[in-house]
Design a protein around this ligand. Structure first.
Ligand SMILES: NC(=O)c1ccc[n+]([C@@H]2O[C@H](COP(=O)([O-])OP(=O)(O)OC[C@H]3O[C@@H](n4cnc5c(N)ncnc54)[C@H](OP(=O)(O)O)[C@@H]3O)[C@@H](O)[C@H]2O)c1
Length: 269
C-alpha cells in the first residue's frame, strides 16, 4: 500500500470514540482543528457525537461502526476509509475493556476478546496505517493505563497484562519513530469515571469514595502530551506518584494486596 495520501482527506482516526475517554479525545482533537474518523460498535452514539461536532461548525467526522475484536474488522475499516477518500495522519488507539474475576472463573472466549481488542486490534491498526502516518509525519496516541506499571493484576489479570503490552509496545515504537518525525505517546490514566467500570463488573459502591478523574481531564492531558512529543503521559498527581513508586515495591506485597482489593471491588470480600 502506498504511504502517500495525495488528495486524501487527512483524519485523526480514533477508536472507542462512542463514549468515555475516546469521545472526549474526539472533542479535544476536533477543537484543535483535526478532521476526524470515529470507530466503535455503537453507530447511534458515534452519529450523535458527529452531529454534536458538526453543530459547532467543524467538519462532520466520518463514522465507522465496527467490532474491532472481530478478525477482518481492521481490513474492512481500512477499505471503508479509502472509499471515503480519507487517510489517517493521527491514530488514537483508545478502544479497550477489562473483565473482573479470576481467570479460572471467567468465560475463556470473553477473556480472549480482551486480547483481541486491547492487543491484537491495536497492533493491527497501528501496522496497517503506519505507512500513511510515517508519510504524513503524523502522530500516534495509544491508551494504556496506570495498571501497566503493576507487576500483574490478580482479579483483572488479562486486562493488566494487555495494558502492560500496550505500554511496552508504544514506548518501543516511539523510539523507532524518533528519526522519522512521528510522535508516539502512551497515555496511562488511573481511575476515570466512564462506562469502563460497569462493563468490567466493578461494584459501583466500591468506587463511590474514589475521586478519580473525568474523561475530559484525561483526554486533555493525552492530547497535550502528544503535541508536546512526550513518550508517556500519566495524568493526575496520585497516579504519577503511584507510577513512580511501583517499580520499587515488592511483588510479594503488591500482588496479594491487589488481589484482596479486586475481590472487594467485585463484591466477593
Ligand atoms: N476508565 C478508566 O478508569 C480507565 C483507566 C485507564 C485506562 N482506561 C482505558 O481507556 C480506554 C477507554 O476506556 P473508557 O474508560 O473510556 O471506557 P468506556 O467508556 O467503556 O469506552 C470504551 C470505548 O471502547 C469501545 N469499544 C469497546 N469494545 C469495542 C469493540 N469490540 N470494538 C470497537 N470499539 C469497542 C466502546 O464503544 P462501543 O461499546 O460502542 O463499541 C467505547 O467507545 C480503554 O482502553 C481503557 O482500558 C480506562
Amino acid at each position: 500500500m502506498s504511504g502517500e495520501p495525495d488528495g486524501m482527506r487527512r483524519v485523526a482516526l480514533i477508536t472507542g470514540a462512542s463514549g468515555g475517554i475516546g469521545a472526549d479525545l474526539a472533542r479535544v482533537f476536533s477543537r484543535h482543528g483535526h478532521d476526524l474518523a470515529l470507530v466503535a460498535r455503537s453507530r447511534d452514539r458515534l452519529d450523535a457525537l458527529a452531529d454534536e461536532i458538526a453543530a459547532l461548525g467543524r467538519p462532520r467526522p466520518l463514522v465507522f461502526a465496527a467490532d474491532l475484536a472481530e478478525r477482518g474488522a481492521v481490513e474492512q475499516l481500512a477499505a471503508a476509509l479509502q472509499k471515503a477518500g480519507a487517510s489517517p495522519d493521527v491514530l488514537v488507539n483508545n478502544a479497550g475493556f477489562g473483565l473482573m474475576g479470576e481467570c479460572v472463573a471467567l468465560d475463556p472466549a470473553e477473556q480472549l476478546a480482551i486480547v483481541d481488542l486491547n492487543v491484537r486490534a491495536l497492533v493491527e491498526i497501528t501496522l496497517r496505517f503506519l505507512p500513511q502516518i510515517v508519510a504524513a509525519r503524523g502522530k500516534i496516541l495509544n491508551v494504556a493505563s496506570i495498571v501497566s506499571f503493576f507487576p500483574g493484576g490478580p482479579g483483572l489479570a488479562i486486562y493488566y497484562a494487555s495494558k502492560a503490552f500496550v505500554r511496552s509496545f508504544t514506548l518501543a515504537l516511539g523510539q523507532e519513530m524518533r528519526g522519522r518525525g512521528v510522535a508516539v505517546t502512551v497515555l496511562c490514566p488511573g481511575y476515570t469515571r466512564t462506562g469502563f467500570q460497569s462493563r468490567a463488573g466493578f461494584e459501583a459502591e466500591t468506587l463511590a469514595f474514589l475521586p478519580g478523574q473525568s474523561a475530559m481531564e484525561v483526554a486533555e492531558a493525552g492530547f497535550a502530551g502528544l503535541i508536546a512529543g512526550r513518550r508517556e503521559v500519566v495524568p493526575g498527581l496520585v497516579n504519577k506518584i503511584t507510577a513512580w513508586l511501583l517499580p520499587f515495591s515488592p511483588k510479594a506485597l503488591v500482588l496479594p494486596v491487589l488481589s484482596r482489593l479486586q475481590q472487594k471491588r467485585r463484591g466477593n470480600a
